[in-house]
Design a protein around this ligand. Structure first.
Ligand code: ZN
Ligand code: ZN
Length: 615
């Protein structure tokens, strides 16, 4: 399955933020707002599809403020500008923006609605681009404003006319996702979903999420980095017809080769008018659909039923073909990871390696598979204290030389034709401090507990989350992120609706793929995270005929866990057995896929830990 790796390096390290550009741009935006009679404007880090990555054209927040993180909101008022970022981006936002122009505010501790209510002059109206916000988001904004009624006005985006070299909308070529990998034809998926709409008395559903549309039509695209999705909108009718609103250029010369004859293709410009002609009730997801879509429906008197995007759950429940593809992708990726880890173990103790060297080398090992389409996200490689920055992304400005003895946290993933990968390993590069080894082992115990869990049908991710934290809690430790996120099958590495976290309320179902990634971070010293991907399965029956049906996880990721960081005495017999069996499976599955030298390294790296005690 050779696809030819991309020609240019995927991950780059240049510092693109220019804090000095913010103030003059902010001044021009304020002048435009004043001319329009507005007291303010919202600039989110979002596009019309609410994805984690945006096309360069949609990165208005970075253009205006300099801030390049993946989540944020600027509220521009006449004499104040607040840049709302969450905890992971506070340091970065301050470094990338001009302090005199933008106040970096803690989100969600400071709520944008409350901040606006306190700063807005009486009677002031705030503009927003209705394609970049959801109804839920605006409702939260108004709710946080308390007694102050927020006058929010939908306007044409005033940033675009101020941005002379704004890139054009993305026009990545669309490709067909082979049915052998999708496991179900697009007409069959549409018929299945349409039956659900008809049963609920809904005439149509509007789809605005690119990964939903990619899944439903068995298409993949290249409109945004790291996600093989297509920017498009779609209307699915209750008789299984579908109308796709997409720039024709993306479909190439032969759209018929990509789409079956029952897909009606229209230009994106026709979307709003088509919404107005719908007969209701129409299902629309208020958490992800742009306000503009709801407004177009309402203006035409079309009844809206708020409800989940109908693709969300079916897409999350992977079928047998998707699971096979994901297994194959993890094995291919596991071989690349083994070659990388063998290289790192040999090279790092010599000193001289930097974080950028690590990222570049790992990308090279993945390219060498001949199957790499893209990274699944920017590789996180944090040495020493940088490992404690949870969403650290190395640049030329932050690049750290690895001092032998640093822990190195490497969180990375790839997009292949058949699947998406996401794996984290924390590596020793020299002598390991006792506190780090103890924390590493506690994180591992939690990761093993989740991997081995059996639970009754109906539990949600929030019910399982403490399994991964229990050993850290006992030691007075914890981590400030979820334990796991859903993962798409050759789609987005972060996929809803299920997750393993305090916020995970969706019941886990067979076929769902989730990450298992507990961690521990000591600011200024080191970071630890170990991550495998898991698939939810029906648990194998126990010998006792009385046992209830249970769910369990199948581990998909096969990459050695650094035994140099484990304190075997902290592991119980069951944990030790799990780890040894896991490593034996890594050895069996990966050795045939790697060069003999890497195989020899694997042999050592996957030896039983139980033996360490006797030695
Ligand atoms: Zn990861
Ligand atoms: Zn992950």
């Amino acid at each position: 399955m050779t696809t030819g790796a991309p020609a240019a390096p995927l991950q780059t390290f240049a510092v693109t933020a220019r804090p000095d550009q913010g103030p003059p741009r902010l001044a021009r935006l304020r002048a435009a707002l004043e001319r329009a009679g507005l007291a303010g404007f919202l600039v989110p880090r979002a596009d019309a599809h609410q994805g984690e990555y945006v096309a360069p054209r949609d990165d208005r927040l970075a253009w205006l403020t300099g801030f390049t993180g993946s989540a944020g909101l600027a509220v521009v008022l006449a004499d104040a500008a607040g840049l709302f970022v969450d905890g992971r981006y506070r340091v970065q936002a301050r470094a990338e923006t001009a302090a005199a122009a933008f106040s970096v505010l803690d989100w969600p501790q400071v709520r944008p609605g409350a901040w606006i209510a306190a700063a807005l002059p009486e009677g002031g109206r705030i503009g927003y681009d209705p394609w970049l916000h959801t109804e839920d988001e605006l409702a939260r904004l108004k709710e946080a404003a308390g007694d102050v009624p927020l006058a929010l006005v939908a306007i044409e985006n005033p940033v675009d006319p101020l941005w002379p070299d704004q890139p054009p909308p993305p026009a990545g070529p669309v490709r067909r996702h082979p049915e052998a990998l999708a496991g179900e034809s697009s007409p069959a998926k549409r018929a299945r979903l349409a039956r659900g709409l008809a049963a609920a008395g809904q005439r149509a559903a509007v789809l605005t999420l690119p990964d939903s549309i990619a899944w439903l039509l068995n298409l993949r695209g290249a409109d945004v980095a790291r996600n093989p999705v297509v920017h498009a909108f779609a209307i699915l009718h209750d008789d299984a017809r579908i109308t796709l609103f997409i720039a024709a250029a993306k479909l190439g010369d032969d759209p018929g080769a990509l789409l079956d004859a029952s897909v009606e293709v229209r230009a994106p410009a026709a979307f709003a008018a088509a919404l107005a002609r719908l007969e209701g009730p129409v299902r629309l997801d208020p958490r992800t659909a742009p306000v503009a879509v709801a407004a177009a429906l309402r203006a035409a008197g079309v009844a809206i039923v708020p409800g989940d995007d109908p693709c969300l759950l079916p897409k999350a429940r992977k079928n047998a073909a998707e699971l096979d593809g994901m297994r194959a992708a993890q094995l291919r990726d596991g071989a690349a990871m083994a070659a990388f880890l063998a290289w790192l173990e040999e090279t790092a103790p010599e000193g001289g390696l930097t974080e950028i060297d690590v990222v570049t080398a790992l990308e090279g090992f993945r390219r060498a598979t001949g199957c790499l389409l893209d990274l699944a996200f920017e590789t996180i490689a944090g040495a020493g204290p940088n490992g404690a920055i949870v969403h650290y992304r190395v640049t030329e400005a932050t690049n750290r030389r690895i001092t032998p003895g640093d822990l190195v946290l490497v969180d990375s993933g790839a997009q292949y034709l058949d699947g998406t990968t996401d794996v984290t390993r924390t590596l020793a590069t020299g002598p390991v401090p006792a506190a780090a080894a103890a924390a590493f082992t506690r994180v591992l115990k939690g990761m093993i507990a989740l991997s081995r869990a059996r639970w009754p049908q109906g539990l949600a991710g929030r019910d399982l989350d403490p399994l991964a934290r229990q050993h850290l809690w006992r030691a007075g430790q914890d981590y400030d992120h979820g334990t796991g996120h859903g993962v798409g099958a050759a789609l987005s590495v972060h996929e809803g609706p299920a997750r393993i976290s305090r916020l995970g309320e969706v019941a886990l179902e067979p076929g769902m793929i989730l990450s298992n990634e507990p961690g521990y971070y000591r600011e200024g010293a080191f970071g630890i995270r170990t991550e495998n991907l898991l698939a939810v399965i029906e648990a194998p029956a126990l010998a006792d005929a009385d046992d209830r049906p249970m769910l369990a996880f199948e581990t998909l990721t096969f990459v050695p866990i650094d035994r140099r960081l484990i304190l075997p005495d902290l592991l119980g017999p069951g944990e030790r057995a799990w780890l040894d069996a896991y490593h034996a499976e890594v050895r069996t599955r990966i050795t045939p896929r790697v060069a003999p030298a890497v195989g020899a390294w694997l042999e050592r790296a996957t030896a039983p830990v139980a033996g360490d005690r006797r030695a």
